[in-house]
Design a protein around this ligand. Structure first.
Ligand code: MN
Length: 243
């Protein structure tokens, strides 16, 4: 199993979370929200062979932390994984959209100098802008849209542009999200929790809880558990395959 978008460093008991994930043989992409957080988180997570730490600058923090872009540039060569990055056009963050776009574009440009970065991207309320910037500036990286909440038309465009989707149990609470999940191509789907932000029935999700999503996909795809798990494994291998 895999959790391709999890904020390990933001759990109170992150050591317990890592231990339980490790016992369940769960692969984790531990995303960070600032470049300074990457250094510390990478140190903690690198003791676990199934965990990788992504270098990020979260769009909701872009207006406060854009000065860390220089640090981003210094660290970008140390990891293949980038996130959490992206844009947030929702009510609370719309006023900072200009600086978010500047930060996002900078990161996409920097990543295009490498061959095979994997990007975990937030696109809440800004799917069109995320997609148009990817179209213009993304050359070599593989974009994963995490917790996608756009329209069906935007989903279609994202698929056309080669985006992947990481989906988690929290999305099952929304009828619209369930509809979107049913429209995503089987071979572009990865699992996530977005813990500790992601919850299910009021409980904070941990990496092994991606199991609920795998189980749900079995119903959507009408496939036995084993085939679902094979498909997801294949997807993970595909995205990790270097260009
Ligand atoms: Mn997140």
């Amino acid at each position: 199993m895999m959790d391709m978008h999890c904020h390990i460093d933001l759990y109170k008991d992150y050591e317990g979370v890592l231990r339980r994930a490790s016992e369940n043989k769960c692969y984790i992409l531990s995303v960070t929200t600032t470049p300074s957080a990457w250094i510390k988180t990478n140190k903690i997570c690198s003791k676990f062979p199934r965990v990788r730490t992504a270098l990020g600058l979260h769009p909701q923090l872009a207006h406060q932390r854009y000065s860390e872009l220089a640090m981003f540039d210094n660290l970008v060569g140390y990891t293949r994984y980038i996130g959490e990055i992206g844009l947030d056009g929702s009510k609370e963050y719309k006023e900072h959209l200009m600086i978010q776009i500047e930060v996002f574009r900078h990161i996409l440009r920097v990543c295009s100098h490498f061959r095979d970065k994997i990007l975990s991207i937030h696109s809440r309320g800004a799917v069109d802008q995320v997609l148009s910037n990817l179209l213009e500036l993304n050359v070599n990286s593989k974009p994963i849209l995490h917790w996608f909440t756009g329209s069906e038309k935007q989903l279609e465009q994202a698929i056309k542009q080669g985006c992947w989707f990481s989906i988690g149990p929290s999305m099952l609470q929304s009828h619209r999200s369930r509809r979107l999940i049913s429209l995503m191509p089987k071979d572009r789907i990865l699992l996530e929790t977005d813990g500790p932000f992601g919850t299910l029935k009021g409980q904070i999700l941990e990496p092994p809880d991606v199991y609920y999503m795998a189980q749900y996909l079995g119903n959507v795809w009408d496939l036995p558990d084993e085939e679902v798990s094979n498909q997801l494994k294949k997807n993970l291998m595909n995205i990790l395959q270097e260009n």
